[in-house]
Design a protein around this ligand. Structure first.
Ligand code: DGT
Ligand code: CA
Ligand code: CA
Ligand code: ZN
Length: 578
């Protein structure tokens, strides 16, 4: 197996780690650390450089290191590393990477017989670290936190949008308060609203970067400074979130936010377009290929316009046809949060929610909604305190009362109906017929074979009383894969019966995901963007659903909870209810 530049860089970093744990002098450690950094940055394959006899032109590479690189490239092995690895257990190197553990601590743990991450975790959990020299209950707790974050990074788990966005906004708002800051925005995958993000990219316009960078690297959430420069700095927060900050002159804002907004695929395509027009496009400027002064763009709109494109909303910049649409000036007006009038899926204390019907209604009013459906769990959702038929009917009295009290706001009586493991629905048809609105959801049997789980969903879709399928695929972001549904069959049935499919706005769900919601909408299937709120704070998750809807190219016309009340009432009446 040929080693990549990155693997070789990683190996040199590990060597540096091992030397450091052994207590080697810092010069010797840095000799390997620096090479690792240089190799990682190489624009060319190390193999090609070696073939050209140019290894020693790489920064920090002298005769001895060049020999080691050659050995690695030729044999895939490094004797020097193998000997070190026999001495320093790999688990100890891993421990060094836990936030809060330095080389001295790693050595201390090693001396105490702790040579794996698991052993360190056990010792910390059992309170055995706090008694070691220089340790205490607080540093022990910090190490546990560090282990959590290390494990997440090691598993390469991306971070949920709902976890990253608030941190990003909070950091940016503190930078924006600095006097030299002229403009600031979150770029990268957050700006595009991806359900998970790798790292946070912040962009700030200013003529005086230094105080901004200095503030940034000393923010209280910083656990490690990964880089501190004039134009770019990077930090890692205690929760393991990496944040990159770039500061640039405002006259280059347009090209910079476009570049760092991504996606890479979108950028590659825009760069091709620029080249066809005789320009090379990068984050700094649009430069004529045949010479001449670079053109600067202080706004992204001006840049897109120059390239002959309609401005493209960041959420659809994935090179899934948005450039072609922008050339034809056919980018639709994507849905915004202001288009939403209703929330059709939420829970109260009648099942597993935290607030009463009236409190949920008031929370919705506060957020500008005009009507809601209360959809508590049905009886088989026993862990969620599902409603027996008796309680369901009793709940209606309270809903009608609150509805009357809060007019013109409207409160409809719905339910979140269990699609049982055997495929039956949780209430008989005559009970469903009594309800204003029925959301049917899969919560159990999600791992059934495709045919079986699909058949259950189709049965629910075809029931004339069902209006909406809640979180259709049952996925949990970063935690649970979606059910193995035949989505073509689901879409065909949904289209035929005229029901809606949900984009569940909870950042743990975001289900349907954008690509599927886009296909559904293109087929003419109704979409509802709901919060599935169990508390007042949950209602603020709507923004994540809207972002997902925008990524799906949805307009307000695709989404039923943008409808005025009268339209909604007509629709549910037409579906045989109310
Ligand atoms: P992430 O962090 O994995 O969730 O995804 P992004 O899109 O935020 O990617 P990131 O943080 O690596 O870079 C931010 C943006 O910078 C990315 O969306 C596009 C731009 N960018 C970064 N590296 C490259 C590159 O090598 N080529 C191009 N064309 N663009 C890049
Ligand atoms: Ca990023
Ligand atoms: Ca980044
Ligand atoms: Zn629910």
């Amino acid at each position: 197996m040929a080693l990549t530049n990155r693997e070789i860089a990683d190996l040199f970093d590990t060597i540096a780690d091992m030397l450091q744990i052994k207590g080697e002098i810092i010069h010797r450690v840095m000799a390997y650390r620096n090479v690792a950094g240089a190799v990682r940055e190489l624009p060319r394959d190390l193999r090609a450089i070696a073939a050209d006899g140019e290894l020693e032109t790489i920064p920090f590479v002298g005769k001895i290191i060049a020999e080691k690189l050659t050995e690695l490239l030729e044999t895939g092995q490094l004797e020097f590393y193998n000997r070190l690895a026999e001495e320093v257990p790999p688990g100890v190197v891993e421990i060094l990477h836990v936030n809060g553990v330095g080389p001295k601590k790693a050595k201390q743990f090693w001396d105490a017989g702790i040579t794996t991450l698991a052993a360190l975790e056990t010792a910390a959990t059992e309170g055995k670290l706090r008694d070691m020299a220089g340790m205490g209950a607080k540093s022990e707790a910090k190490i546990l936190e560090g282990i959590e974050s290390y494990k997440r990074r090691a598993a390469n788990t991306r971070i949920r949008l709902g976890d990253a966005l608030p941190t990003a906004e909070s950091i940016l708002s503190r930078l924006m308060a600095l006097p030299s800051v002229l403009k600031g925005e979150i770029a990268g995958s957050i700006r595009r609203g991806k359900p998970t993000i790798g790292d946070v990219d912040l962009l700030v316009a200013s003529y005086d970067a230094k105080p901004i960078m200095d503030t940034f690297v000393t923010l209280p959430e910083v656990s490690r400074v990964l880089g501190h420069g004039d134009t770019k700095s990077s930090i890692e927060t205690h929760s393991g979130l990496q944040v990159d900050l770039r500061v640039l002159a405002p006259e280059r804002w347009g090209t910079a936010i476009q570049y760092f907004g991504g996606s890479q695929a979108h950028n590659i395509h825009t760069r091709e377009l620029a080249l066809q027009q005789g320009y090379s496009l990068n984050e700094h400027a649009l430069t004529p290929v045949n010479g001449g002064d670079p053109l600067l763009f202080d706004s992204e709109e001006a840049l897109y316009e120059f390239l002959g494109l309609q401005w493209v909303p960041p959420e659809i910049r994935e090179d899934w046809g948005e450039i072609e649409a922008a050339q034809a000036k056919k980018i639709p007006t994507l849905i915004t949060i202001n288009d939403i009038r209703a929330d059709l899926h939420m829970h109260t204390t009648w099942s597993d929610g935290k607030l009463s019907i009236r409190e949920m209604a008031e929370a919705a009013i506060k957020r500008g909604r005009e009507y809601i459906c209360i959809t508590d769990h049905s009886k088989n959702a026993t862990i969620a305190n599902g409603l027996s038929v008796e309680r369901l009917l009793a709940q209606r009295e309270e809903i009608r009362r609150v509805d009357a009290e809060l007019r013109p706001f409207r409160v409809f009586h719905g339910v979140e109906l269990e699609i049982k493991a055997d495929g039956d629905l949780d209430y008989p048809d005559d009970v469903l017929a009594e309800l204003d609105f029925v959301v049917a959801s899969l919560h159990v049997g999600l791992r059934q074979p495709r045919e079986q789980v699909t058949a259950r969903l189709l049965n629910a879709i075809r029931n004339p009383h069902v209006d909406l399928i809640g979180h259709p695929r049952g996925q949990l972001v970063n935690e649970r894969d979606p059910a193995d549904l035949d989505m073509d069959a689901v879409f065909a049935a949904a289209k035929e019966s005229g029901i809606a499919l949900e984009i569940n706005a909870n950042p743990h769900r975001l289900d349907l995901e954008a690509s599927l919601a886009r296909r559904a909408a293109e087929l003419g299937i109704w979409i509802a963007i709901d919060t599935d709120a169990h508390s007042e704070a949950d209602m603020d998750n709507l923004r994540y659903g809207i972002t997902t809807g925008r990524r799906a190219w949805l307009t307000a016309a695709n989404v039923i909870n943008t409808w005025p009340l009268a339209t909604f009432e007509q629709w549910i009446a037409g579906r045989g209810k109310a």
